[in-house]
Design a protein around this ligand. Structure first.
Ligand code: THU
Length: 136
């Protein structure tokens, strides 16, 4: 099997590590996410559900929050670790959250539980993402 680039392998290990900590007692669907920012720093997050269901946070949102809190400004790559053999593409809201910190080169890696990775640019997952343009 072809070996994965270093950054992907690092992100896979980190995402799968935090995935184990996901708080998902309602869906039993544990997700991990890990990203690299513009400075090469990596951040990870897992989903955190709540008894009041809409208050749950996705793994991607928590990884992005960790990056922003540490001063990171842009996402170079992000990997989402699925709990099963199907990839877990980010929900619509998370696509917009990734797009907020993305550029034309930002790649999204979708990993299955057995480490198979499918990669695509965020622009393919969310064409025509919303950008706030200043009022005239
Ligand atoms: N979830 C994520 O964390 N990321 C995704 O990209 C899709 C879904 C979480 C939300 C919820 O805790 C669980 O997976 C089931 O929807």
């Amino acid at each position: 099997m072809a070996s994965k680039p270093d950054s992907q392998q690092t992100l896979l290990v980190q995402a799968q590590r935090v995935q184990l900590n996901a708080h998902a007692p309602y869906s039993h669907f544990q997700v991990g996410a890990a990203l690299v920012d513009e400075a090469g720093n990596t951040f990870a997050g897992c989903n955190v559900e709540n008894a009041a269901y809409p208050l749950g946070q996705c793994a991607e949102a928590n990884a992005i929050g960790a990056m922003v809190a540490a001063g990171g400004k842009a996402i170079r790559e992000v990997l989402i670790a699925s709990p099963n053999t199907q990839v877990c593409p980010p929900c619509g809201g998370c696509r917009q959250k990734i797009a907020e910190f993305a550029n034309a080169d930002t790649m999204v890696h979708l990993a299955t539980c057995d480490g198979h990775i499918t990669t695509m640019p965020i622009a393919e997952l969310l064409p025509l993402s919303f950008k706030l343009t200043p009022l005239a």
